[in-house]
Design a protein. Structure first.
Length: 447
């Protein structure tokens, strides 16, 4: 055979291989992009920030990454729909897979029992998809609450197609997301004093919540598949008023996963494996805790509850034991919140006192930067949108849109919703879902 033909064949094969390699290399950016999209949580995928899957948002820190959020509306203007919600409840809306889940309680008893319900609303239309009576509370259980509180104030947790609805001393229930059918129930009776308040969280195979009763304050973990108790840890430090209504927060502490749970007179960190207390910080005059901490750059920021609330910045660096005297970075004591949870906005710790004093503290030093009085009383927690906007709603339904800076607070809008609310809004791309006394509102942009 002619050697020139052999050489030519080799050349052609090499050229073909090079072209194939070049084609594959040209596909790498696309493949990487596809991988990133596939691995991105739905809340922040390329199709937008479209879900509000947890209490205080996907990050659980009161932050929304939503775009094009309304800043101007009224009860008649820019309302996509307004749905009537039966009963009364202050659980915040949770939005997953185009459905909103709420709890509600029927305060008018039937056969001396209160019906406790879970309902699912179609986010597109506002129609109730299903509503289920999941538990019944006795008159005594229903009366064991503050008059401002409802029978259904804890927000649901949703995980892997299951809704977890918690009613504190009145019971806990797991439901199928699609049908609303009950999967299991759990109940342990105790004196709640001010009623149900703390929201449960899901961590791996556990459902975790506080059971800070007047008699024996504790944190409880159930196996989420069965409702059986995985562990229960009684608080190591107790005070005169043990009752509280805190919501746990999961953090990573130097490679160690911890469940942070504030309660009366103390905040504790607990091991998910067995509920062992890892560390605690004690504080005086703190009870009926409902404000939830935030965790930023290794610092836990939190209020201490009633009656004279303080605010603590606690260093979290892997240490264990009683850290009260060694790890409190700073404290602030004036006009701090009893109920609304804090926010972190561009190096500012933003706190909202129940009586309406909005304050900015330097996150590093605790130094007060400014204070802005807002009209009304407040229970719902603020939501940060974008770099510097804060959405805040009063108990009377006065909705503020605020711009936050190091120098102060600019009021962008004040909107009267004309209904009481204690529920934190859910904010996604172009939309706000707000629960008021009788309604669920979907607020959008004009056009």
């Amino acid at each position: 055979m002619d050697e020139s033909l052999i050489d030519l064949g080799w050349v052609l094969r090499i050229q073909c291989t090079v072209r194939l390699l070049m084609k594959l290399l040209s596909r790498i950016p696309f493949l990487l992009t596809a991988c990133l999209v596939a691995c991105t949580p739905k809340e922040s995928a390329d199709d937008g920030f479209v879900e509000w899957s947890k209490y205080r948002g996907p990050s659980e820190q009161g932050v929304s990454e939503a775009r094009n959020v309304p800043t101007d509306w009224s009860t008649e203007k820019n309302i996509v729909w307004k749905a009537e919600i039966p009963g009364r409840g202050w659980s915040s809306p949770i939005l997953v897979d185009g459905k909103i889940v709420l709890t509600t309680g029927i305060e008018e008893p039937v056969d001396e029992m209160h019906d406790l319900k879970v309902l699912q609303v179609d986010a597109e239309t506002g129609e109730i998809v299903w509503i289920k009576t999941v538990l019944r509370a006795t008159l005594a259980e229903g009366a064991d609450r503050n008059e401002k509180n409802s029978l259904a104030s804890p927000t649901v947790a949703i995980d892997e197609g299951v809704i977890y609805a918690h009613f504190a001393h009145m019971g806990t229930v797991a439901l199928d997301f699609e049908t609303g059918e009950t999967l299991w129930k759990y109940k342990v009776s105790f004196t709640a004093k001010n009623g149900a308040g703390g929201t449960p969280i899901v961590l791996d195979d556990l459902l975790v919540f506080t059971a800070d009763s007047l008699e024996e304050p504790a944190i409880v973990a159930l196996y989420k598949k069965t409702g059986k108790v995985a562990w229960k840890t009684v608080r190591s430090h107790q005070v005169k008023n043990n009752f509280s209504h805190g919501t746990p927060l999961v953090i990573e502490n130097n490679g160690r996963t911890e469940i942070i749970s504030p309660g009366s007179g103390m905040v504790g960190a607990y091991s998910p494996e067995d509920g062992k207390e890892l560390w605690l910080v004690r504080y005086p005059m703190g009870f009926s805790m409902s404000t939830r901490p935030i965790f930023v750059d290794g610092i836990l920021y939190m209020g201490t509850g009633f009656s004279r609330p303080s605010f603590y910045a606690i260093r979290v660096d892997g240490a264990t034991g009683d850290l009260t005297d060694t790890h409190v970075k700073w404290m602030f004591h004036k006009s701090m919140p009893k109920t609304p949870s804090p926010n972190f906005v561009n190096g500012n710790i933003i706190t909202l006192e129940d009586a309406g004093r909005l304050q900015s503290l330097d996150a590093e030093t605790g130094e007060k930067r400014w204070m802005e009085p807002l009209r009304g009383m407040f229970s719902a927690s603020p939501v940060q949108v974008g770099e510097d906007l804060l959405y805040v709603v009063s108990e009377d339904g006065l909705f503020y849109v605020l711009r936050i800076s190091d120098e102060g607070c600019e009021i962008i809008s004040q909107i009267e919703m004309d209904e009481e609310t204690l529920a934190t809004p859910a904010i996604v791309d172009g939309l706000i879902y707000l629960r008021t006394r009788h309604h669920l509102w979907k607020i959008g942009n004009e056009g």
